[in-house]
Every structure is written in C-alpha cells, then in structure tokens.
Design a protein around this ligand. Structure first.
Ligand SMILES: Nc1ncnc2c1ncn2[C@@H]1O[C@H](COP(=O)(O)OP(=O)(O)OP(=O)(O)O)[C@@H](O)[C@H]1O
Ligand SMILES: [Mg+2]
Length: 250
C-alpha cells in the first residue's frame, strides 16, 4: 500500500532523508521512530505530496505521488504534526469545507458520525478559534477520515491529546487497520508503539537503521524481552562504527 524507493531529500549540505526504502502493507499499523531531526516529518511530507523529493519515489496504493498526485491523495488521509485550521469556521463548517475539497456527495451524516466518534458533538457549532490544542487535533483527525482513505499518514498523533483522547485514537487506528487501512505514524511515544504497531522502522540522521517487529529490534539490539525504550536508545546511540546496525535474521 505504501512503498518508498530510494527516497531522498537534500537541503543544501544536509541530507535530511537519505535513500530510504520501505514497504508497508494493507492493514498494518506502522511506527516510524527516530530522534528529533532524524527526518520523520520530511519523509511524511514527501509521502503526503507536500514536498518534492530530491530523488526516489513514493507510491501510495500503487500511484506514484509525484506523477499522479490527485489519485494518490484521493486515497490518503494526512494528519500533520501542526494542524492547520481556519479560526473563523465552526467544526461542522470545516468538515463541510473539507468534504467539498474531496468532492464528497451528501457528507452530512458522515460528518455528524465522525464528530461524534471524536467526541466533538458538543463543539460542532463552535468556532475553531475557541478550541484547545487537543480539540483541534481531534477535528483534524476527523476531517482526514472523511473520504475513507485507504492509507493514513500521521505525524505525531498523540501530542496534546489527553489520556482518553489518546485511547480513542489508538482504538480508531486499530479499528481502521482491522478493516484494511494502512496506518503509518511517526511518534515519540514508545509505549503506544508497543501497544499498537505490528512493525517499526527507526530513522536516524536520514537513514533507516532498523526495520521489523519490536521483537526483531530487540534481537538486533541484543536485548531480548526488553522494552522498546532501551532498545531505541541503544540503536540510536551510534555505538557501532558507522552509526548503523543491520537487521539480523535468526
Ligand atoms: N525546509 C528545510 N530547510 C532546511 N532544513 C530542513 C528543512 N526542513 C527540515 N530540515 C532539516 O531536516 C532535518 C530533518 O528534519 P525533520 O523535521 O524531518 O525531523 P523529524 O525527524 O521530524 O524531527 P522531530 O522529531 O523533531 O519532529 C533536520 O535537520 C531539519 O533541520
Ligand atoms: Mg517531525
């Protein structure tokens, strides 16, 4: 469903994303981890078609995002790390506005259903300018699901959500995956990765240094039965000569 081939982004002298290759299947919840500045948001913006790669390709549902952006975007739900909303629209108005962007017919019931799902019923007629950060985050998520995307690309979904909101989002993502949606999310919340993600990749200084299940990563780090946090710290600690570790298959 998602395929990245030699994906690269260069800013001047900095190679922010360095020839990464990843494939994520339908129904997977994929965790994209890495230290601050590792290249996660840059990768995700290229996946969403917002940033032109320097080299390499992104395929979403078989569509080359560069060559066929509308086809790719029609099946992608993108939730950015810093959501952009319009202060002077109400939640319902913003949902209708988004529905029109996607050319959805008769979206009224779906909008009401999604506002309900994300606990925004009581706020439906309220202006976005009066929303807290977490409420804005919920509204952006609801709007990203309007067109029933096959692929959901999310940059740090849990930031600013209260425990109930985080729980809700976990349940929704798992439910979507069980229905065949591909969920690709970056996060620093390793506990959530342990609970949700069937597969994980770690990016460090623009390169994928590990890719597999949490158990695979534990084997790579030679830390069986360990939690993800110490594994992550070891793998991103650069204690190998070139700062990378290769996947070991047992
Ligand atoms: N427009 C830009 N121009 C120049 N450098 C950039 C630009 N955008 C990102 N970078 C650099 O690219 C690198 C990767 O940034 P990116 O935002 O992808 O990291 P990240 O993994 O999302 O980090 P974080 O966990 O802090 O969100 C950083 O060194 C950043 O400074
Ligand atoms: Mg980021």
């Amino acid at each position: 469903m998602i395929k990245l081939t030699n994906l690269t982004k260069v800013y001047g002298k900095l190679t922010a994303v360095n020839s990464i290759n990843l494939e994520v299947s339908s129904g997977e919840v994929f965790g994209f981890l890495g230290p601050n500045g590792a290249g996660k948001t840059t990768t995700i913006r290229m996946m969403a078609g917002l940033l032109q790669p320097t080299d390499g390709k992104v395929f979403i549902g078989g569509f080359d995002v560069q060559a066929e952006p509308l086809k790719a975007k029609a099946i992608t739900g993108f939730i950015p790390d810093r959501p952009y909303l319009y202060d002077k629209l109400t939640a319902t108005e913003f949902m209708h506005f988004t529905a029109r962007l996607y050319d959805l017919k008769a979206p009224k019931e779906r909008i009401a259903g999604l506002l309900d799902l994300f606990g925004l019923n009581d706020w439906a007629a309220e202006l976005v300018e009066n929303f807290s950060h977490g409420m804005k985050q919920r509204l952006v998520m609801a709007s990203a699901l309007l067109h029933e995307p096959k692929v959901l690309v999310v940059d740090e979904p849990m930031v600013g959500l209260d425990p109930r909101g985080a729980r809700l989002v976990k349940d929704i993502f798992k439910d979507l995956a069980s229905k065949g949606v591909t969920v690709f999310m970056s996060t620093h919340t390793l506990e959530i990765v342990e609970q949700m993600c069937s597969r994980v990749a770690i990016i460090n200084q623009g390169r994928i240094i590990a890719d597999g299940s949490v158990d695979d990563l534990a084997r790579m780090a030679r830390m069986p039965d360990s939690h993800l946090e110490p594994i992550f710290l070891k793998l991103t600690g650069g204690d190998e000569a070139d700062g990378t570790l290769r996947r070991e298959r047992s």
